[in-house]
Design a protein. Structure first.
Length: 434
């Protein structure tokens, strides 16, 4: 047979496959994908794979459909995150303009300057604890201080408790301590954001650790406080509690080494006795933190991977190490130089409970010891678990600007020596609800 007679036969399989239902479905979806119409592209591809009347009988000829659907879902989620971020930015601009207009109106009516907000920087609004109580320090103070002062009542979010499956039900980690187990949490209040540089500087000035002449640049004041040890965090909680006339949670005994502290390198080893019934500020327990981070539709303890309320972590929604070399199937990469430090605590969209930066920006101290092995049994089936009795390092949750997405998962556990201070570990406050 002559060569020119063989040519049609050689190319016949490719010509036949190019006309198949599956390929036509794939190409039609690709056009929608390139136009940014990701939801329609996904629907077109999934129709071809399905069992309905419009499904392709030869779908097995296009195994790449599954990969195309996954990529389109990731792009769609990223598109939605950008949209929400832009909507949040516009909302904040409108709110700032409204408050500025209200401030001008009050100034005109009273003939005197008026402080915006009710005890929080930028007029963030009132907290559940702003009411004055007989025998306590008024939350707004008797006179305006001449140095930056921490808000008497930080912005707190009410978290309705309940039972939930704590742990890594996505099986992202081989760590046995992250295995799912049922835990119950009581209602509590959690800080909307991490404690800021301005708030912590006010505390340091009050106790004489920093000069009262020190100031912060505006962009620095709203960033999370850094270089705070676990012991520093407890002392800050007690100071703020006393400042507001509340009962401090922690009794700190600096002269008696803690027998449950097994860390030979901890230079302090203070003994700390918590009073869980006290109404003052404290650190969250590890279970409380994870319950709040796993928020969906205004409820904590839901099955979601990140504190952003998504199963994929996007640079538009969290501050983390999104370097492509650290990319995971559940994260979107970014230019290596995108995040080189923390950002303002209110700079990213909140999750459905109104909490910001529960994944990334600044890792956060928790009360619990991080056990040496599988310590998940310490919380399994329990109400209000507070972790194991002894250990070497304290739990750190949430991941930071330095961490890849793996450590920013709601179930991810990390830890640090309680006396250590770093530029990627801070704190978020808790108060009991009743």
């Amino acid at each position: 047979m002559k060569l020119f007679n063989l040519i049609p036969l050689l190319f016949l399989p490719f010509l036949t496959h190019a006309q198949c239902c599956c390929c036509a479905m794939r190409d039609a979806g690709q056009i929608l994908y390139e136009q940014g119409r990701y939801e329609e592209a996904i629907a077109r591809w999934e129709t071809g794979k399905g069992n309905g009347a419009d499904a392709c009988a030869d779908a097995q000829k296009c195994p790449e459909l599954d990969s195309l659907v996954r990529n389109a879902r990731a792009a769609w989620e990223q598109q939605e995150a950008r949209t929400r971020m832009e909507e949040e930015r516009q909302r904040q601009e409108r709110e700032a303009a409204r408050k500025q207009e209200e401030k001008k109106r009050l100034q005109g009516a009273l003939g005197a300057p008026v402080r915006s907000g009710s005890g929080s920087p930028g007029g963030q609004g009132s907290s559940p604890f702003d009411k004055k109580t007989s025998g306590t320090t008024p939350s707004t103070g008797a006179s305006a201080p001449s140095v930056p002062a921490a808000p008497a009542s930080p912005q707190m979010v009410f978290i309705r408790g309940g039972a939930f499956q704590m742990g890594d039900f996505f099986t992202d980690s081989p760590d046995p301590a992250q295995r799912p187990r049922e835990v119950s949490i009581a209602d509590f209040y959690l800080g909307q954001t991490e404690v800021t540089e301005a708030e912590y500087l006010a505390y340091q000035m009050a106790i004489g650790r920093r000069s009262k002449s020190e100031t912060l640049k505006p962009e620095q004041a709203r960033r999370p406080a850094i270089y705070i040890s676990w012991y520093d965090a407890l002392e800050y909680c007690n100071w703020l509690s006393q400042k507001e006339g509340l009962t401090p949670v922690y009794t700190i005994i600096k002269t008696t080494p803690d027998p449950n502290n097994l860390n030979p390198r901890d230079s302090q080893k203070w003994s700390v006795v918590p009073d869980w019934k006290a109404n003052g500020y404290r650190l969250p327990t590890e279970a409380e933190w994870e319950f709040a981070a796993r928020a969906l539709h205004g409820k904590g303890g839901q099955q979601v991977r990140f504190g952003t309320g998504r199963d994929t972590l996007f640079p538009e929604a969290a501050i983390f190490d999104c370097n492509p070399q650290n990319s995971r199937p559940y994260s979107v990469s970014c230019p290596k130089s995108l995040f080189r430090s923390t950002v303002a605590v209110d700079s990213m969209p909140a999750n459905s409970l109104g909490l910001r930066h529960m994944s990334g920006n600044m890792a956060e101290w928790c009360w619990d010891w991080l056990g040496n092995a599988d310590d998940s049994s310490a919380s399994e089936g329990k109400a209000q678990p507070v972790g194991v009795e002894k250990g070497m390092i304290r739990v750190v949750r949430g991941g930071s600007w330095r961490d890849e997405s793996y450590y920013c998962r709601a179930a991810a556990r990390n830890g640090a020596s309680p006396d250590s201070r770093s530029d990627n570990i801070g704190l978020r406050l808790v108060r009991k609800a009743n």
